[in-house]
Design a protein around this ligand. Sequence first.
Ligand SMILES: Cc1cc2nc3c(=O)[nH]c(=O)nc-3n(C[C@H](O)[C@H](O)[C@H](O)COP(=O)(O)OP(=O)(O)OC[C@H]3O[C@@H](n4cnc5c(N)ncnc54)[C@H](O)[C@@H]3O)c2cc1C
Length: 495
Amino acid sequence: MTIPTPVRVERCDVCIVGAGIAGLNALFAASQYLSRDQRVILVDRRDRIGGMWVDTYDYVRLHQPHGLFTAGNIGWTLGQDPSYLATKGEVLDHFDHCLNVIRQRVQVEEYFGWALESHHESDGTVRIACRSSDGRPMLVEAKRLIKAYGLRVAPNDPLEISSTRVLSVSPDHCDMRSGDMRDSHTPVWIIGGGKTAMDTAHALITQYPGREVNLVAGSGTFFASRDKFYPAGARRWWRGSTVSSIARQVSRRFDGTNEAAVANWLRAEYGVWLTPRTGNFLIGVLSDAENATIAAGLNSVIMDHFVDAVDRDGTTDMVLRSGATAAIEPGSWIVNCTGYLAGGDHPYEPYVSDGGSVISVQSRSATLHLTSFSAYFLTHLLFLGTLKDVPLYELDMPVLRRTSNAVFPYTIFTLAQHNLSLIYDAVPTKVFLDCGLDLDRWYPLPRRMAATARFMLTHRREREHQRHTLDTVRERFDVRCGPLDTSRERLVVWQ
Ligand SMILES: Cc1cc2nc3c(=O)[nH]c(=O)nc-3n(C[C@H](O)[C@H](O)[C@H](O)COP(=O)(O)OP(=O)(O)OC[C@H]3O[C@@H](n4cnc5c(N)ncnc54)[C@H](O)[C@@H]3O)c2cc1C
């Protein structure tokens, strides 16, 4: 007979599950409402704070200037130029710094290596069943639960291939700048055309000048031009456009049916790209200089999708989705850069529970463009007691992306504009002032103030067009894109 292990029980005011940038922003926001003697339990199945940054590829750099990737208003201690793009190690150090700063305000107890298994909400208490990686159970009783699961980014495996003459690797397990990759001189085939593919091409081309590097770019991608979104140095005073004004222009133009026209306009005004076609835009950022370096260093670009590498009599062929083939040299490298953001395996749950004490920040019920923003603002609304009263739209991101990649980015822009407008009317101004994630902060104060004034003057009257656009997307693609199941009366009050 086995004697059951007694279950350890911990009590706290808030339990946050997920210690990535979303969880950290939830923690920052919660700490504004808690006193020194109140307790937060932070749970993550990874072994340390940082979320996906813990195990993504070593040469990843932040897309945005580092100061804009933070928790609440916590500043960086790096001492670099504001336009510097932080490395993975520097990002992880900043996570540690943010946690230390927040710990000065509120008690935080960390449970790394623990996973949430289930939770149940009743009578104002949430009971959360957790388990450690070595199998120990724990029950957490909390007044509020914030599930900051994010996009479920996990390291990519190498692509499965039939050939035994070529090497298939993933950037997450093979650093392009060292080891076997450095010791070999054979061609590299990068599979994918998004940000990871660009990071990988840039690393290879700058590390090994003259080496054969090829790109199999699928439908192609265009990127937000860093020079136009975040011009460096004194140019911040007169060049570029605030991200809020770009988002406003996109959501004004997009009506739920005209994604091709909006893509053409956005690409021409604010984009940078190197492939002859650009079917994707995933809001990744690339500079003109990086783009030029990659374009000059690539040996070939194939606009097709990789299926397999197959050994035939004397040759090895890459087989492509169109049916075409391309011969590749034995010993070549196939690098899987096909993307991390599928995120479809999380079951749907609303961003706030029926009982109102549980928030869920993940892609199946997305409320803003990035999980960090969602966690920050939803936590404020939770503590202000208004989360269930604000008729935010929620969007099933992975389903929309699978159904129509083309409509996806412009729907995200519109969703964010719509929901930020509602949130603006529901929270004290300080909540926006303390939001260090705000990408407009790149620009000097006078430009930011002009952008804020424009937003304040126009945001309420633009909601109707935004709702109409989002409703059109819902009907056109039969995807979840609308308010929670709210009563008609409440909607009328907020219009
Ligand atoms: C290669 C790559 C580069 C990127 N670069 C940028 C960039 O430069 N700038 C930017 O803004 N965004 C970038 N992104 C987007 C990025 O994913 C987010 O910005 C952000 O870091 C995600 O944070 P998160 O907290 O939402 O999710 P995550 O970082 O994935 O954190 C979620 C955490 O929740 C934990 N968790 C989930 N379920 C459970 C459970 N049941 N129990 C316990 N723990 C659980 C996970 O272990 C994880 O640690 C990038 C994405 C990729 C894939």
